[in-house]
Ligand binder design. Structure first.
Ligand code: FBP
Length: 343
């Protein structure tokens, strides 16, 4: 029976439980789902059409823009602006907040997204994804939009999720009532419920981090890695190392199997003193999902969802996954900050 539940049906059922729901959220989600199908189709046949490689542009992150990234960004902005329920968007690829033109009907929702995550894997047919985070505006709808409407704490999210373009295309999201996974059935073109109520195992067995940067980490971050590789850890054997290099793919595996994803601060690279991953379009949505699945997400010391954003493309160190594993990281960072205080 659960195989037959479509994502729209699931969202409508959820809306019934939200007092005062207007159906606006369902319309927004329908445009998101349509965008995922259009992007998924382009990803699947990327090798056959001229959509691999670079556009020649450099984005706000200082990175070369991939054609498929630019395509996904265009599709999302176009479709979402026509949902009729958004007042603003923000994308990893755009320097500034994207306001919905006055010529189009607007609403109270705000969406922040990473159109195509895992850009280093786009041209080599390795899993990539789209990440999204949804808020409601706080300021008076009749007045001008405030940047604070977009720079909200992760704990204010009303929904968050990702689309994974892999051996199958999956949509995994939360609206604050658990985490649910849907798989696209290409024969009917529908996302069908395949993973209801996902729970991440409390104790992990996998660690995911780019160890190539270890020499540029501080002493206690090296201590964290040593813990997961040591037979003296809670597992009584070294964790398995797995790193795809696409946050969505590494996160999804750890969500189902149990483990921890880490992208620490990198003291060498002036561009990454606070880590590489973006708070608004990568860390906040993944933190909302992992917490709804029973896990934890921190920047080393603090709960990610409590961090007050100060700018659109803010980066933070990120540790996310099984509760027991993230707690170990927090203890090591806390003991280091105590040591510094007592010096
Ligand atoms: P993009 O959104 O630009 O792809 O950047 C994020 C990302 O690709 C994550 O998906 C991944 O976890 C990380 O960067 C990989 O970084 P690195 O190559 O430094 O390990």
């Amino acid at each position: 029976m659960s195989q037959q539940v479509t994502v729209t049906e699931h969202i409508l059922l959820h809306q019934k439980m939200v007092p005062g729901a207007t159906g606006q959220f369902t319309r927004l989600f329908n445009e998101l789902v349509l965008s995922a199908k259009i992007i998924g189709r382009a990803v699947n046949k990327a090798g056959l059409v001229d959509i691999l490689g670079f556009t020649g542009d450099i984005n706000v992150q200082g990175e070369e823009v991939k054609k498929l990234d630019e395509y996904a960004n265009r599709i999302l902005i176009h479709r979402l602006a026509r949902s009729g329920v958004l007042c603003a968007m923000a994308s990893e690829e755009n320097a500034d907040i994207i306001e919905v033109p006055e010529s189009l009907p607007r609403g109270e929702y705000i969406i922040v997204f990473d159109p195509l995550d895992g850009s280093s894997n786009i041209d080599v047919n390795v899993n990539i994804g789209t990440i999204f985070s949804i808020f409601k505006r706080k300021s008076d709808p009749a007045a001008a939009l405030m940047s604070s409407d977009v720079l909200q704490k992760g704990s204010e999210q009303v929904a968050a999720g990702y689309v994974l373009y892999g051996s199958s295309t999956m949509l995994v999201f939360t609206c604050g009532d658990g985490v649910h996974g849907f798989t696209l059935d290409p024969s009917v073109g529908e996302f069908l419920l395949s993973h209801p109520n996902i729970r991440i195992p409390e104790q992990g067995k996998i660690y995911s981090v780019n160890e190539g940067y270890e020499r540029y980490w501080d002493r206690h971050t090296k201590q964290v890695l040593a813990y997961f590789k040591s037979p003296q850890n809670a597992l009584r054997k070294p964790y398995s190392g797995r790193y795809i290099g696409s946050l969505v793919a590494d996160f999804h595996r750890n969500l189902l199997y149990g483990g921890i994803f880490m992208y620490p601060a990198d003291l060498r690279d002036p561009k990454k003193p606070t880590g590489k991953l973006r708070l608004l379009c990568e860390c906040n949505p993944m933190s909302f999902i992992v917490e709804q699945a029973g896990g934890l997400a921190i920047d080393g010391l603090n709960r990610v969802l409590d961090i007050e954003p100060d700018h659109l493309h803010q980066r933070i160190p990120f540790f996310c996954g099984s509760r027991n594993d993230v707690r170990v990281v927090q203890e090591i960072y806390e003991s280091e900050s105590r040591r510094k205080k007592n010096r």
